[in-house]
Design a protein around this ligand. Sequence first.
Ligand code: 26V
Length: 823
Amino acid sequence: TSSDNDNQQQVSIENLRHSLADNLFYITGKYTEIATLNDFYLALAYTVRDRLLPRWLNTVRTVTQLSDNTKVVSCLSSEFMVGPHLVNHLINLGIYDQVRQAVEESGLDLQKLAEQEPEPGLGNGSLGRLAACYMDSLSTLEIPAIGYGIRYEFGTFKQQIRDGWQVEITDKWLQKGNPWEIVRPESAVEVKFGGYTEGYTDEEGNYQATWVPHQVVKGIPYDTPISGYKVNTVNTLRLWKAEAPESFNFQAFNLGDYYGAVDQKVVSENITKVLYPNDEHIPGRQLRLEQQFFLASCALQDMIRWHLKSGGNLETFPDKFAVQLNDTHPAIAIVELMRLLMDEHHIQWHDAWEITQKTFSYTNHTLLPEALEKWPVNLLGRLLPRHLEIIYEINRRFLEEVRNSNGRDGHKIARLSLIDETGERYIRMANLACLGSHSINGVAELHTELLTKDTLGDFYELFPHKFSNKTNGVTPRRWLVQNNPGMTKLISEKIGEHWITHLDDLRQLEGFADDGDFRYRWGQVKLDLKRSLAGHIQQRLGVTVNPESLFDVQVKPIHEYKRQHLNILHIVTLYHRIKQDPTVNITPRTFIFAGKAAPGYFMAKLMIKLIHSVAEVINHDPDVGDRLKVVFLPDYNVLCQILYPAADLSEQISTAGKEVSGTGNMKFCLNGALTIGTWDAANIEICQEVGQENFFRFGLTADEVYQRKAEGYNPWDYYYGNSQLKEIIDLIGSGHFADEDSTLFQPLIDSLLHQDQYMLFADYQSYLDCQDSISRVWCDRDRWLKMSILNTARCGKFSSDRAIREYCDQIWHSSPVSIQLAD
Ligand code: 26V
């Protein structure tokens, strides 16, 4: 057709080159001679965006005009870690090669331009990254979807390391403009805060409430396209920015109080200023609650407006939208929908509650009880007075029902209540989410089991039918095709390209695991990636590492339960062996760490310092030579993509029962790294898929951890019972790695000796033995390569496409809609 021809033409090298030059001139307003690399990047980004627009606008048009029987998936998340867009779109549009050539013919280098793109760090870690992988799969599977989030002006902090300590720097990702977003001021909504409520009972005896707010804030949507892989679907990520409804308070202005006049503007805009770190230790979190409500209200008003405009009535709202709550952060949306339905659309409680429960589903990502969200009743009542009333009423009705059908077990009722009354009174957001949703899911089999048995056990007892498991997944487009072109090419040469959207196809590689030639090439691809990472390490850190050594990688947020310090205990043990006998036979390893610590989490920051201190000593000890190297790559967001493909060994060593799922474990496995892992989180499922002969398992199980604790776990028993462990701990405690300062790491040592909450000592010997067996297997290169190939071949389950299909079939009941490109 003619439109196909237009499209073809649009992506010819000639045409791309012209657009690039045009955009440089008309958008950045520069001549080639004075343009910076960033100007060229912007020109290229607009060139690519122009080619996405027909698909994007057609998707929006189709989706807004959908008939009643097609559902839109609406993903509410306080975090979206979409990562750089440029290369991702090039791959999805299938125009990578043309664009590279057009860029080259313009005298530029595509990789250099791509490096200009600042990463929108709108998340803390895997929860936000998961939301982004799911958006990618929704588009690729042609499911109509919209992601609702917050356009934080400052995303997650940039991590610098000074003298081995983490230092946080603000991340000004919007400073040089953002070519991927389009602002839609005409679609702004108003969000209320504070004030009081008034009510009256109408002639029919129905209570009508009015909320008289203290403050109104405007939500402005910024839309970002999310393309699918080689399909026409381009869904929208709609991020909200807070603004004052008037830029000046004229009354104050007329009185000559200029600063008072600007005040409200500043206060309003604060709401979307900064992403909160994932940190239990911050006080004064009112702003965080404001953010959560702001997101919930903007998203719901947007959906309701859209639904009413397309002729629907609110009874059919759940047929049009499936709203997924990504953890409890947006869970206040349950109450906001109740309020909108009742107070603004005059629907009665019973019907409103039915609509609400049919609309929402809730994904839990948190097992640690101290990390379950709760809000002080006073704070919530002050900020959202009407919502507190509704929460009380939901709770009253719920507890009455429980008492009627389940008897009067006071303890159980206290646990089920939406209000925690054990001390200061709190609203329990997880309880609210369970009650207001028709579906509750965990994100790995063990996690779901622990949720139903323990964390949310009382709710499971009441509503077993609501619970299910949806094991997490990652998108193979970003996490293999994009970050590992060499391996992608090798795989596609053997089995075609169908695997890119049907990851189970990788099983066909099993047949090549015994093929010597294939193994050799597999090994070469890995080695190339390791060489390039080694170059990078040399350049950034000035540390020389041996690309032939075993690359042993732990990349994830720094946390005691993730046990980066257990990894350090192994490293120090190897070092100690060398110091005792410099001729000892040691498998050369390069230990690579990356990850951020929450700014208020002292112990995690001390762990980062420990890694650097140990690195400093080991990397400079002539007895060690180049057998062991330890490196910490700062600010891992930007780097993580190149780390996964270069890894030989993936460290997934959390205390069993503490990690929820993990997704890094999946990215490593996909890129052919072998895993050393505890029987925790998705590690269990990875092991089941790849086979235990291709997985290095160690440590206590979740049950055993529970039992040991019940029996009265005493770390001193291990300390005195294992002379090797004692020597290592004493060595660290002596100040050997801290210029003889024996106080520096004392808090860490003390916490291990006196409590060891995460049971490092109990798992130490098992970890060590497992590492030693890994060193032996590494020496048998053929065997290692075979295991590596089998890991990639058998990890098809961990595609986000599989996960999204399960959500669609079992929770959202949404199906694909193919997008036609109109001419
Ligand atoms: C908590 C808080 C509390 C204070 C304010 C900011 C904030 C932000 C996030 C969180 C909790 C995040 C929970 C989370 O990220 N869980 C992770 O979810 C991953 C995706 O399912 C999973 O792979 C990880 O194992 C799990 O730790």
